[in-house]
Design a protein around this ligand. Sequence first.
Ligand SMILES: Nc1ncnc2c1ncn2[C@@H]1O[C@H](COP(=O)(O)OP(=O)(O)O)[C@@H](O)[C@H]1O
Ligand SMILES: [Mg+2]
Length: 260
Amino acid sequence: MSGSDVLVKARGLVKQYGPGARVVDDVSFTIGRGETLGLVGESGSGKSTVARMLLRLIEPTDGAVSYGGRDLLAMKAGELRAMRRRMQIVFQDPFAALNPRMKVREILAEPFAIHGEREAELRGKGQRGRLREMLGEVGLEESALERYPHEFSGGQRQRVNIARALALRPEFLVLDEPVSALDVSVGAQVINLLRDLQRRYGLTYLFISHSMPLVRYLCDRVAVMRKGRLVELGECEQVCEAPREAYTRELIGATPEMRV
Ligand SMILES: Nc1ncnc2c1ncn2[C@@H]1O[C@H](COP(=O)(O)OP(=O)(O)O)[C@@H](O)[C@H]1O
Ligand SMILES: [Mg+2]
């Protein structure tokens, strides 16, 4: 990753719901192309809110987001829609994110339909071939296509979510605690899959977690949030070895083993 090649830039992000305290307050960071930035902090510190603002799934109260050098917040609906192909999110709960009444085949075909590109994207190989390929990329067999979400384990469901997120070949993925709901060993396999996919496709990740060991394993730099603010940001090695903030030390101490 070249340090100057910034893909995502957040500046002074603020989110305030109603008259209460700000849930995100003046948060700024950049993510380099091909980089994995970790975002850690205790529950309720504002991580998911930051992630959603980055993708403009919710509107910031204040601040700026640029993506590939362009002002995301200034984009009109059509432009934003085109942009959405390039950025995707994988959520913590692999079950809640999947429609229980849809077969995996329908779940994976949905992004193409939403973006009105069913024909262009799926022509050539044919839809089934493309869907089979998507499943292969996340380590699932073709037979999964005709099954429903409840027929899978948590780890397999998260693989379906990842396949769906990758359907339109995005360049940027927000991973919002993607293995927090999984057993340690299953989670570790999913983490390794994410690493492999990143290498294969040159993906850029924002990896949200409250496990410092996991962040250290996967991330280049880490941003630490507390009560809506960024309290520390630096190279993973450096932050883990010599945290400046007592709060960061607590986070490190709270997760001695590979837990998420
Ligand atoms: N839609 C909402 N309306 C009001 N408050 C919200 C909303 N979404 C999140 N919050 C509050 O914002 C704070 C940060 O939440 P969140 O970003 O989900 O934190 P984290 O992902 O770090 O656990 C929490 O106090 C939460 O209750
Ligand atoms: Mg969250």
